[in-house]
Design a protein around this ligand. Sequence first.
Ligand code: S3P
Length: 422
Amino acid sequence: MKVGGRVRVPGDKSITHRALLLGAMARGSSHIGGALTSLDARSSARVLRALGAEISPLRAGEVVTVRGAGRLRRPQRTLDCGNSGTTTRLLLGLLSGHRFPATLTGDASLRRRPMRRVTVPLTEMGARFEEPAGDGLPLTIRGGPLRALRYAMPVSSAQIKSALLLAGVAGGVEVELREPTGRSRDHTERMLRHLGFDVVEREGWIGFRPGGRIAPFDLQVPGDPSSAVFLVAAALLAEAGELRIAGVGVNPTRTGFLDVLERMGGGIAVEDPVTHFGEPVADLLVRPATLRATEVAAGEIPGLIDEIPMLAALASRAEGTTVFRQVGELRVKESDRLGLVAANLRAVGATAEVSGDDLFVTGGEAPPRGRVRTAADHRLAMAFAVLGTLPGARVRVDDMVCAAVSFPDFPSALRAIGRRAA
Ligand code: S3P
C-alpha cells in the first residue's frame, strides 16, 4: 500500500484511566479533553460512577466532565472492570484508602490475570482482601486506615506502582517504591506532581508524600503512542508515501519502540514538541523503510511492553533474527501474548520461537498468509491486521472487534492512511 496524510490517534489509554480516577477523587468538576472513549476507558467510567462520581458520557471528540465528591462512595453492586487490568489494579489502590467493602470482577481474560502483585503490598499497607478465586478476580477489598509503605517491587509494572501511589493518595500515607528492571510508564507520578503532590525520585526510589486533597483539574489527553505504533508500522511497511501522526504522547517511558525502530533502520522524526499537563506531546513523521534485526534488552522492555506484538510482527519483515529479552510479563497480559505472538507469526508463515522468557523472530520476504487467533486480545488483532496490508498478504484475523478495547474504529483508521495516499 501507499500511505499519506496527517492523522490523529485516539487519546492515551493510561492517561485517560488516571484522569478519570483522579477526577473522581477531586472535589468538584474536572474536564478531560481528547479522552479515549474505548471499551477500557468506559470500564473505568462505569465503575467510578458506581462509586459515586458523576461522569458525562464518553463520546469521541467531546470533553468528558468528571464531578467527584473528594472521596469514593460505597458501591451498591459488584464493580465490573470489563477487560481492563489498569482499571482494576489502580482502583484497588484507591479503594485501599476507603473503609467500605467493594467486590471487583471482569471478563474471562481479566479474571485470570494476577492480582496478588497488588493485593500483597496493599495488604502490607493495611487493606484486607477476600480472594475466593486465588490469584485473580473476583475479589473483595475492604480498605482501612493505611500505613506507610517502603517496597521493592518484584516486577517493573506501572500498574503496581500506580496502585500503591494511589493508595498513598487515598490513605494519606507515605509510599516509597523501587522497580527492578527498567522504568515503567510514569504518568501517575507526573500527574500527581502536576496536581501539587510531592513525588520525588532519589537513588532509584520513587517517594510520595501525602499533601491534602486533589483540586479539580482540566487536562488534554495526548494521542496514545501504543495506538500510534500500528499506523507507524503500516507506514514503515508501505511501498511509498509519508505519514504524519499528530499530537502523540512522547513521554520517554513510552517511546522505547522509537529507539528500537531507529536501530532497525526505521527512524521516525519527532516534530513540533509541546508539553501538556507535564506530558511531552509531538508529531511523528514516518516513511517506508527497509528493516534489519536488533536485540531488545531486558531493561528496555518496560518502556515498550505494549508495543511488542507490533514490533515482533515488524521483526518478521526485517533482515536477520530479532531477540526480545525477558518478556515473560507478556504471558499475563490480555492474553498469553508471548505464546500467541509466536504461534500467530508461525501461522502466517514467519519464523518465531520462545526460549525461556526470550522471543526470537527471524525475518522473511514471503507474503504473510494464514489465520490468526487473537484470544480477543486487541493488540494482537491490530498487529496482525497491519501485516495484512503487505502486498500479496492473506491474513485472516479471527476477531477484529476486540480492537475497540483501545482503538475504536481501528480498521477504518488503517484503511484511511492508505486511501489518503491514492
Ligand atoms: C499500564 C501499564 C502496563 C501496560 C498496560 C497499561 C498502565 O502494564 O501493559 O497496558 O496504564 O499503567 P504493567 O505496568 O502491569 O506492565
